[in-house]
Design a protein around this ligand. Structure first.
Ligand code: 5AD
Ligand code: SF4
Length: 429
């Protein structure tokens, strides 16, 4: 989601006459787009701001002004901290469509204090953004924002607000434009994407399954994905899409977080481990070739060795082809932050290592099983070696292949010849 937001911010600044630079020393504006989901992500901002401040001072000596801005969820959650710890920051809107107007105000009247905007506006930010053009052969398309689930560890419902779904017509217009400007693959985004409930052209609420069918009708679109899904919102209609829509990729990110029912309850998740495994069984029935991915949190308050073992048991059952795993991070203002039985850092670290070793073993097993198969690969970028391009398989694996450079942004068939835990390589088939 943040990659999508950052690209939309860049579009907006370009529309206002700015050009991108990769050197901070050259930048008239340095804008940090931030994540607050775990403490590490938030802390990174303050060290980055420190470095940016030094560059701002150096540039000031050369008579150049530098606007430093912060966007995203850290601003929402820590506005006072930002003002206190980094008084040189110029603005910090969560709702980044306001950035051009703020820049204008800053330029007209350079001010001494930070201008922080943390309100949730009544209007959708999507109504104010410039038209989204293809970000390449693969593009993100945000269809839903916010979350009403209130998992007890998570800041998202507080930083991103309640759920909002964009109307079907807006999503379709944007999807068609992305395809017209070169996109072959669209990844529909939302913090809780499968609870999507946008209004259709007649004012009727429609779900993600309906939207997927409509998007699949777009001429020229070759691949669809959606992320991230909440298990309790995996309806039978949505599961059936994995059978009925051939351009829906056979890969699903469906976070379970923990394999222990006691911990899932304490997390306020609306599923237990057997509900989750039943959903996966239905998905496999709909499409036997589907590959699963998940998020896991280890060391949630009260997690015993036995609870942790149940997480490992789920991993052994599902055999994820990819996964993301994190140590529980205490987020101020969330219910879990004040729960008793917080787990020691040392234990969290040990459990994370054990879990990741197991997850990687299955990822590696899956990648090895691809050797000898021919896969359609969407080539997205140049590789490090001459004549090499890098693309993605239907399963989101990175694949390296030697092929002519004008195959970039195309889908070609590749015979997989080698695999590591993190990537594949092959020959044009
Ligand atoms: N600590 C650790 N991981 C977290 N996540 C969300 N909040 C926390 C937290 N407080 C993880 C969840 C979620 C992913 C995006 O980040 O696994 O699915
Ligand atoms: Fe956070 Fe996801 Fe839970 Fe929503 S469903 S509260 S975004 S972890």
């Amino acid at each position: 989601m943040n990659v999508y937001d950052s690209s939309r911010i860049a579009d907006m600044l370009k529309q206002n006459g700015y050009i991108e630079t990769i050197k901070q020393e050259e930048a008239d504006i340095v804008l940090f787009n931030t994540c607050h989901i775990r403490e590490k992500a938030a802390e990174k901002l303050f060290s980055d701001l420190g470095r940016a401040h030094l560059i701002q001072l150096e540039r000031a000596e050369q008579g150049k002004t530098t606007i430093i801005g912060v966007a995203g969820c850290v601003v929402q959650a820590e506005d006072e901290q930002i003002v206190k710890r980094s008084p040189f920051v110029d603005f910090g809107p969560l709702m980044y469509h306001t950035i051009p107007a703020i820049l204008q105000r800053i330029k007209q009247n350079r001010k001494q204090n930070a201008e922080i905007h943390t309100d949730f506006p009544a209007d959708s930010k999507f109504d104010y953004l410039p038209e989204n053009k293809a970000q390449g052969a693969c593009s993100y398309l945000a269809i839903q924002e916010g979350c009403n689930n209130f998992c007890t560890y998570c800041v998202v419902p507080y930083t991103r607000g309640v759920e909002y779904s964009r109307p079907i017509a807006d999503v379709l217009t944007e999807a068609r434009r992305l395809v017209d400007t070169g996109t072959l693959e669209i990844n529909l985004l939302g913090q809780n994407v499968n609870s999507y409930h946008g209004e259709d052209e007649n004012g009727k609420e429609r779900d993600l399954a309906y939207l997927l069918h409509r998007i699949a009708e777009i001429d020229g679109l070759k691949r669809i994905r959606y992320t991230t899904s909440y298990p309790a919102d995996m309806t039978d209609d949505l599961i059936a899409c994995h059978k009925d829509i051939d351009i829906l990729m056979p890969y699903l990110h469906l976070p379970i977080q923990s394999g222990s029912d006691k911990i899932l309850k304490a997390m306020n998740r609306r599923h237990n481990s057997s509900d989750y495994l039943n959903i996966i069984e239905k998905l496999y029935k709909a499409n036997p070739n589907i590959g699963m991915s998940s998020d896991f949190i280890v060391g949630f308050p009260g997690e015993t060795d036995a609870d942790f073992q149940q997480t490992l048991d789920v991993v052994n059952k599902v055999q994820y082809i990819q996964a993301f795993s994190f140590k529980y991070s205490r987020r101020p203002g969330t219910p879990a932050a004040v729960m008793e039985n917080q787990i020691e850092e040392k234990v969290k670290k040990e459990r994370l290592e054990i879990l990741q070793t197991l997850l990687f073993s299955y990822q590696d097993k899956f990648n090895q099983s691809c050797i000898g198969k021919t896969m359609p690969v969407l080539l997205e970028q140049k590789g490090r070696h001459k004549g090499q391009l890098i693309g993605r398989t239907p399963y989101m694996q990175n694949l390296h292949v030697e092929t002519k450079s004008d195959n970039i942004n195309k889908i070609i068939n590749v015979a997989v010849t080698a695999a590591t835990t993190n990537s594949l390589s092959g020959k044009e088939a």
